[in-house]
Design a protein around this ligand. Structure first.
Ligand SMILES: Nc1ncnc2c1ncn2[C@@H]1O[C@H](COP(=O)(O)OP(=O)(O)O)[C@@H](O)[C@H]1O
Ligand SMILES: [Mg+2]
Length: 322
């Protein structure tokens, strides 16, 4: 199946939204768009597109998205029309926080180590206007959250059909991360941090919560993870490891199969409480959405006790494929 039609629909939708901006005309927009248009740039020269000489050439920077801590810009080589780089910087208001700056350095070190066909490739890091940036390959895709939550537009049956394949791809990427030369725990897997392209290939991005498993000065950055996707051990402020990534992959599969949120909390506090107090699901809890085997698989991925989950992405992957 080719997903080109999703892209053509999205660009038509964006044109229509610009034309009819009335709130009543937009009831089907995603509940909470993750990537807002940029509002507060980190540097004076990031307010609008600007040109910059990086150590890999001269690029035109265009504002792209803005998260809580960072902004992401598109880097377009001057001689080409297409973005080639995603350039990430810490937002101005967080630059004085030592923990944020340290985590940003770790993030760029982790991205440097990625050598996998479905993980964006590192390109460069340094300073723009005196502020640290790193640049990695720009992925032409859209956030998975748009597939799982624009319910009226994307038939649940189609999303369900793709769900297991999407999570199998994710588990392959996690296997790579967890077992590479310098093993990495992602920590913030969510439908906002996974991009899908027209060929149904998925790409995990956003290493803003990640750490090297053997990092000496390992701190728990669970406060950076999406509250809707937080694992019980992250919510409880306990030590968390690669099995937390498996829990988050379990949430993703649940949401794709059910077409609804796993975490029912409405505020950040409620979501953390929901995650912390989560009970073990019965093996047949998803029978209304899938077959018995897949339901038991998701229940095990979502086990609140990390010791009772699959212990590795590889183990989970072979269970999913069997
Ligand atoms: N390499 C990339 N290619 C294309 N889009 C990207 C890339 N990296 C990030 N993005 C987009 O930018 C959004 C924000 O980037 P992210 O790294 O998740 O920042 P934050 O830490 O603020 O959440 C992502 O959810 C994704 O939509
Ligand atoms: Mg993100």
């Amino acid at each position: 199946m080719n997903l080109t039609w999703l892209f053509s629909w999205r660009s038509k939708k964006q044109q229509n939204e610009t034309k009819d901006a009335g709130p009543e005309r937009r009831p089907q927009a995603p509940r909470k768009p993750a990537a807002k248009p940029i509002q507060a740039p980190p540097a004076a020269n990031a307010q609008r597109p600007f040109e910059v000489q990086l150590n890999i050439g001269r690029y035109r920077m265009e504002p792209f998205t803005e998260g809580g801590i960072c902004i992401v810009m598109k880097g377009i080589p001057l001689e080409q029309g297409k973005p080639k780089l995603a350039v990430k910087m810490v937002r101005e208001q967080w630059l004085n926080h030592q923990a944020v700056r340290r985590q940003f350095t770790t993030e760029s070190q982790i991205v440097r180590e990625l050598h996998h066909p479905q993980l964006p490739k590192y390109r460069s890091r340094g300073l723009i206007d005196g502020k640290a940036y790193y640049a990695y390959e720009f992925i032409e895709g859209f956030q998975l959250i748009n597939l799982s939550q624009e319910q009226q537009r994307f038939p649940p049956a189609l999303v369900k059909e793709l769900a297991k394949d999407i999570v199998a791809q994710l588990l392959e990427q996690l296997h790579y991360l967890h077992t590479s030369l310098k093993p990495v725990v992602h920590g913030d897997i969510s439908s906002e941090n996974i991009l899908i392209d027209t060929k149904q290939k998925i790409y995990l991005v956003d290493f803003g919560c990640s750490h090297f498993q053997k990092q000496a000065n390992k701190e728990a950055y669970q406060w950076l993870a999406k509250p809707s996707f937080i694992s019980p051990e992250q919510a409880r402020g306990e030590k968390w490891d690669h099995r937390s990534d498996l829990y988050q992959a379990g949430i993703l599969l649940y949401e794709l199969l059910k077409n609804r949120r796993w975490n029912e909390g409405s505020t950040k506090r409620d979501k953390v409480l929901f995650a912390a107090s989560n009970q073990r699901q019965k093996d047949d809890f998803l029978l209304d959405a899938t077959d018995a085997k897949t339901s038991a698989f998701v229940a095990r991925m979502l086990d609140p006790d990390p010791n009772k989950r699959f212990q590795s992405a590889k183990e989970a992957l072979s269970a999913l494929k069997s």
